[in-house]
Design a protein around this ligand. Structure first.
Ligand code: HPA
Length: 282
């Protein structure tokens, strides 16, 4: 990865953000944006004002970076409202920008969220899944290229990409706000076309529970850099061939928005439960 692209992006952040000490980052994918409505905004910057990140081009992604205070705890968090995707044809640096900007701010924990199709007949639209592992079978990886030790070892271990501790915190938060959770394996499908039924049968036979077009690149880089990473999928549809309906981006967003209240409640409860070691100095 080209570090100069990250340097430029970080340098363009407003000073209040560059000097902030957020305790964690959240990356909000399709339908998860309502989570920030419960936070007290401190500062905001549009992705289009961050060089090499650019404007989010996808429906359901508002394209702004928010520094916000978690009510009652006083801790600050960084909320990336929307993300860039591999299928947008942008460079890997743009896709993993939230992870690297978080790292530059000394953030140790990241929670990413997405909408996904279910390849598991027991996981239905409206369900939420804690990702415990992933399949990255389309053979591309953001760490491809010259090795840069800033992003971890040349050959990062991937036996624990998703933090067991953060997954535990999420599960306990979900219990407190009465949100049922599954645990599952996420298959990264490059998109932008949805999968064929044959591809979904293949993913399923390989152990996938949900399928989506994001999150895995961020997970790979965060893991390599030693950042604790967790991810949640909102099941917006049965994957191709698992039901009768045809898939559309509009239906995915509509389903996610219909359930956004519980997703927001879960995120807020998780943020409240983080053991804050970087309480903001007042
Ligand atoms: N496949 C890939 N990505 C998705 C899906 C799906 O079925 N639903 C939401 N994002």
């Amino acid at each position: 990865m080209d570090v100069r692209l990250f340097d430029e992006a970080f340098g363009a952040l407003p000073e209040v953000l560059r000097k902030s000490e957020p305790v964690c980052s959240i990356i909000l994918g399709s339908g998860w944006n309502r989570a920030v409505a419960d936070l007290n905004p401190v500062a905001e910057v549009l992705y289009s004002d961050i060089p090499n990140f650019g404007g989010a081009t996808v429906i359901g992604h508002s394209g702004k970076l928010l520094l916000a205070e978690v009510p009652e705890s006083g801790a600050h968090v960084l909320a990336f409202c929307g993300r860039r995707h591999y299928y947008e044809g942008v460079c890997w640096e743009s896709v993993v920008m939230p992870v690297v900007l978080s790292m530059r701010l000394g953030i140790k924990d990241i929670l990413a969220t997405n909408a996904a199709g279910s390849a598991n007949p027991d996981f239905k639209p409206g369900d939420v899944v804690v990702i415990e592992d992933h399949l990255n079978l389309f053979c591309s990886n953001p760490l491809t290229g010259c090795h840069n030790p800033e992003f971890g070892p040349r050959f990062p271990d991937q036996s624990r990409v998703y933090s067991v501790e953060l997954c535990g915190l999420i599960e306990r938060a979900a219990e407190r706000v009465s949100v049922a959770l599954h645990r599952g394996v996420y298959a990264f499908s490059g998109g932008p076309a949805y999968e064929t039924p044959a591809e979904i049968r293949a993913y399923r036979s390989l152990g996938a529970d949900v399928v989506g077009m994001s999150t895995v690149p961020e997970a790979i880089v965060a893991n390599a850099c030693g950042i604790r990473f967790a991810a949640l999928s909102f099941v917006s549809n049965m994957a191709s061939g698992m039901g009768d309906e045809r898939l559309s981006g509009e239906d995915v967003i509509a389903c996610a928005e219909a359930h956004s209240g519980k997703m927001a409640a879960l995120i807020l409860e998780f943020l409240r439960s983080l053991p804050f070691c970087r309480i903001v100095r007042k």
